[in-house]
Design a protein around this ligand. Structure first.
Ligand SMILES: [Mg+2]
Length: 450
């Protein structure tokens, strides 16, 4: 029997009617869930604690010390590279088999993404790949240059050392990355970006570059820009405090064991500071529990007051990212509401449908589960409506502080909407399981003919 035959089955057969009912409701529940997975994005996560990246970002964006540090590193790197190139020329003569090159990372090594970090801090949001994609796609004109990077690259041009950028920026936005570099007047010989869906491990791309060039120096703000040996060891799914501490210690020990390698060795390794993000943050981002990673004297969690950020001044360039994020949440909320209404309609129709066979009295009690199920769907729809209304409210203001507050409230409503919706799905799933048990194990007596 095919599906259509099954749906057209004899209406007078009680068992087939029940089976058909279960099929329709199960189909709706399953399709609503899989549809959500594809269409409704989860809400953005609030950063925890809320001010965790403020000083790190301010250090990079306001301190003269950070700039001095970058110039110092690039000046010393240029001198080291000049020496390495002289050695290279002495060894290889005037016609080497492979040209000399330096491999550089891009973000926070050559390109300054302060605008993106500022948006995250001022919106109270944790880093999210969807927001980063918006920045990669639309933020080219807002990207700056790391102090000293351009001058270092120009020195390399004069020295005859090729500049190769190996970055984990998405290849899908290669043109935008090229535009950002062009806008800053930065020249290069080769640009190697990450293919969509591929690993962020740079070693295979390093290998490809080494086929063509003799790499004299690697520069990056993340030790994985130099070698994969500095990747954090794999943490278990639910790491204990000891697992996290061991992973941190292990990585630090690797660096200590190579203490003479930094700024020296062959190829040369050069590291730039980045206190805002990177491989080093992987065992962190566990809220106030990160306090336990501080030295013992500062271990008390009461030492860190958790308060919201002070109102941020208005800044026009942040608006687009907030508005894009709010639009994405509103679209997701509309999808969830659509599925809520579908399930609501389908379950009501299932109950009131004409000659539906009712289970015996006790078993019929499982239909009481529909009451909390419908209630949860109703609450979910109500939160969805709030999300939509907040998007409309956001259209009436350009004030950055007000927009940030609306975005935060919207994010919270969207999370609540999804939470209530999943609770409703759980209830209807429970009903379905109980119904299925009854259907499998109940004994159906044929109706006596009158
Ligand atoms: Mg980087």
């Amino acid at each position: 029997m095919n599906l259509l035959d099954f749906l057209r089955t004899d209406r007078r057969s009680p068992v087939k009617k029940i089976a058909k009912h279960i099929f329709v409701v199960a189909f709706l529940l399953l399709t609503s869930n899989s549809g959500l997975a594809q269409e409704a994005p989860p809400s953005y996560k609030a950063v925890d604690p809320p001010n965790r990246n403020l000083d790190a970002s301010l250090y990079m964006q306001t301190s003269a010390e950070y700039r001095a540090l970058c110039y110092q590193i690039y000046n010393l790197a240029a001198e080291r590279l000049r020496q390495a190139k002289a050695e290279f020329d002495k060894t290889n003569g005037s016609s080497p088999a492979k040209a000399a090159a330096v491999i550089m990372d891009l973000d926070e090594t050559v390109l300054d993404n302060s605008g993106f970090q500022a948006m995250l801090v001022r919106s109270g949001l944790a880093w999210d790949p969807r927001l980063w994609r918006i920045w990669e796609k639309d933020g080219a004109s807002s990207v700056g240059a790391i102090p000293g990077a351009k001058d270092f690259i120009e020195k390399n041009e004069r020295l005859g050392v090729a500049v190769v950028f190996v970055s984990n920026r998405d290849k899908e936005f290669e043109q935008q990355t090229k535009d950002a570099l062009k806008g800053l007047g930065i020249n290069y010989d080769l640009l190697e970006l990450k293919e969509s869906g591929k690993t962020d491990d740079k070693m295979s791309r390093f290998g490809e570059v080494q086929q063509k060039y003799d790499v004299l120096m690697y520069i990056g703000d993340n030790l994985r820009d130099l070698s994969e040996e500095f990747k954090f060891s794999q943490l278990p799914e639910n790491p204990t405090e000891t697992d996290l501490q061991n992973a941190i210690d292990n990585r630090k020990q690797k660096v200590d064991a190579l203490s003479n390698r930094w700024g020296g060795g062959s190829p040369l390794w050069v590291v730039l500071p980045n206190p805002t993000y990177g491989e080093w943050t992987k065992p962190l981002n566990r809220g106030v529990r990160d306090l336990d990673r501080l030295v013992p004297e500062a271990k008390s969690s009461s030492a860190m007051p958790v308060s919201s950020l002070p109102p941020a001044p208005s800044k026009a360039t942040d608006h687009k990212f907030l508005q894009d994020g709010m639009s994405a949440m509103s679209a997701g909320a509309t999808t969830v509401t659509g599925w809520s209404l579908t399930i609501l309609g389908a379950t009501v129709a299932g109950i009131v449908a004409g000659n539906f066979l009712r289970p015996s009295a006790i078993v019929r009690g499982i239909y009481l589960l529909f009451i909390p199920g419908w209630t949860f769907l109703g609450v979910s729809i109500s939160y969805g409506d709030k999300v939509t209304r907040r998007l409309a409210a956001a259209a009436f203001t350009e004030d950055r502080t007000a927009l940030g507050q609306i975005a935060a409230a919207m994010n919270s409503d969207y999370a609540a909407q999804r939470g209530w919706f999943y609770l409703a799905l759980l209830i209807f799933g429970l009903w379905l399981a109980l119904f299925l048990l009854w259907w499998v194990f109940a004994k159906f007596e044929p109706k006596s003919k009158r």
